[in-house]
Ligand binder design. Structure first.
Ligand code: NAP
Length: 248
């Protein structure tokens, strides 16, 4: 008996990294999982194979969630397949780091679009379905760097700070429909996104993490599954999963 038996979940950006870990953990808890990805089809298929190997249920759901029409079409396909949508995890994200002096309009807009606009597109697409069900769990992946300054990440920090603010307002507006909206803010987590950080900087960062290690995708996935499965009376919150790196 899984904690998410009978539930339908969409995880955006699930082909790799944190999203992959979340999709896998949700499938292991019995959810039917739509694996969204933009271009990493073989990795998405490999995850689907892994879920199928333990008799989990999943579908591939390709879409660029930075595109409003593609986001809506993806949600429609999942609804047509399974007839409900209980959980949306807005996880897809990118970085295009540059200091403000070197920031370009393209780098600014690409990050805001993929990280923040996507949260609005997918949330607004699942909202009527969740309202009809009188049930929904929306979990947005923000970041520690949406709460603290990070050199070279004005676009990324703005997108993640925006997610935190969006989460609170969406939580207020949707509570009457039994839809909770929360965010999970990972610290430094071992994925492709973090792999680009030079080794000497990684060592400096690690020395500032009280728990003495970087996060694993399973650390983040556990928190997301907790909110989806046990968070019935939690809404508008941000759960920091960062080894104690930033305490507010
Ligand atoms: P990652 O390993 O680079 O994976 C990113 C995922 O997002 C991939 O599956 C990618 O799919 C997908 N994606 C990107 N843009 C997309 C789009 N427009 N439409 C659909 N899918 C898209 O990143 P990660 O480290 O797992 O990060 C996942 C989330 O956690 C992000 O929101 C990130 O900001 C956040 N986060 C990460 C860390 C960290 O240290 N890793 C810390 C704090 C927060 P394709 O390969 O198909 O493009």
């Amino acid at each position: 008996m899984g904690r998410l038996d009978g539930k339908v979940a969409i995880v955006t950006g699930a082909s790799r990294g944190i999203g992959r870990g979340i999709a896998l953990a949700m499938a292991r808890e019995g959810a039917k999982v739509a694996i969204n990805y933009r271009s990493s089809e073989s990795q998405a298929q490999e995850l689907a194979n892994e879920i199928n190997s333990f008799d989990g249920t999943c579908m591939l759901a390709q879409a660029d969630v930075g595109d409003p029409q593609e986001s809506r079409d993806m949600v429609r396909r999942v609804f047509e397949q399974w007839g409900r949508i209980d959980i949306l995890v807005n996880n897809a994200g990118i970085t295009k780091d540059r200091t403000l002096r070197k920031m370009t309009d393209d780098a600014w807009q690409a990050v805001i679009n993929a990280n923040l606009n996507s949260v609005y597109y997918c949330t607004s697409a699942v909202m009527p379905i969740m309202v009809n069900q009188n049930y929904g769990r929306i979990i947005n992946i923000s970041s520690m760097n949406g709460q603290v300054g990070a050199i070279g990440q004005s676009n990324y920090s703005a997108s993640k700070g925006g997610i935190i603010a969006f989460t609170r307002t969406a939580a207020l507006e949707l509570a009457r429909f039994n839809i909770t909206v929360n965010s999970v803010a990972p610290g430094w987590t071992l994925t492709d996104m973090f792999a680009g950080v030079p080794d000497n900087i990684q060592d400096q960062i690690k020395s500032r993490i009280p728990l003495g290690r970087f996060g694993d995708v399973s650390d983040i996935a556990k928190a997301v599954v907790f909110l989806a499965a046990e968070g019935d009376y939690i809404t508008g919150e941000q759960l920091n999963v960062n080894g104690g790196a930033f305490m507010i």
